[in-house]
Design a protein around this ligand. Sequence first.
Ligand SMILES: Nc1nc2c(ncn2[C@@H]2O[C@H](COP(=O)(O)OP(=O)(O)OP(=O)(O)O)[C@@H](O)[C@H]2O)c(=O)[nH]1
Ligand SMILES: [Zn+2]
Length: 194
Amino acid sequence: MAVDKQAIEKHVFGILQAIGENPNRQGLKDTPKRVARMFEEVFDGIKYSNDDIAKMYDKTFDEEDFIESSDNDIVLVKDIEVFSHCEHHLTLMYNMNIAVAYIPNGKVIGLSKICRIADMVSRRLQLQERIGSDIAYILQKIVDTQDVAVVIEAEHGCMTSRGIKKPGAKTVTITSRGKFKNNEKYLDRLMKMI
Ligand SMILES: Nc1nc2c(ncn2[C@@H]2O[C@H](COP(=O)(O)OP(=O)(O)OP(=O)(O)O)[C@@H](O)[C@H]2O)c(=O)[nH]1
Ligand SMILES: [Zn+2]
């Protein structure tokens, strides 16, 4: 379901009142509308399941059409910059840098689709760990392999601009599946590439 912009406007108006603001003052009068448009953009990924996203970006090529032999070669797309929103405080996850790797098993995915997947799952209320597992699940489905890893580094607004207030604190998560989980040398090789 698409976001209900009218409902968002109504609630943002109420929140502005609740924090002691006057939602009718000049500077705020268009704010509920703006926030509704922003939510429509930044939460666009909520309406799709991971399986929907896998279908949406299922653009693959047969490896045998263009490679003589591939022997557990790693494909890595790194430095994918995205933003997301923390599901606990609705604050921004920023300076987020994602690396996605897989070992082809007969099929390779169009590289831009990896970035599109990372963008789409980030346009939800998220946890950093779940962004990693969502990307891994979708990529596994599209390229039909278990061997996927996702490394994410990010700063969380909920830890930098409020609460514990630790600007610069970075969270790094590694989601490893298949050979990246079961065989140290693949994860080692990947970390060197990153
Ligand atoms: N594992 C994980 N935790 C997160 C993520 N984003 C935010 N959190 C944490 O979720 C926790 C929520 O804790 P609560 O105690 O319910 O909330 P709070 O009282 O506002 O806690 P403080 O942030 O410590 O002030 C906090 O420790 C956040 O730092 C994330 O992506 N992954
Ligand atoms: Zn948070």
